[in-house]
Write a protein of this length. Sequence first.
Length: 95
Amino acid sequence: MEQAILVRSFSIPNETRELHTVRTFATEAVQNGGVPKAYANGILLAIDEAVANIITHAYQEGRKDLIEITIEVDPHRLLVVIRDSGTRFDPKTVT
């Protein structure tokens, strides 16, 4: 019998003070999903960094919006989806 998929979703305002909420949410999902500890810290760091970059770079100062985060874990994979409506990053603009 295949293990069930763990899916957790939530939204936060695009404010840096919400990063603690992201860390708590992501830690709980990764732990409850059975992700091996050897991988968990790197995964949590990547999620934290991605959301911090969105908050810092994707929104003009003062623009309020929500960032949606979904974490899906099953025995064979981990899927993290972060959705926002901020300005898209174009790597071609970086020199």
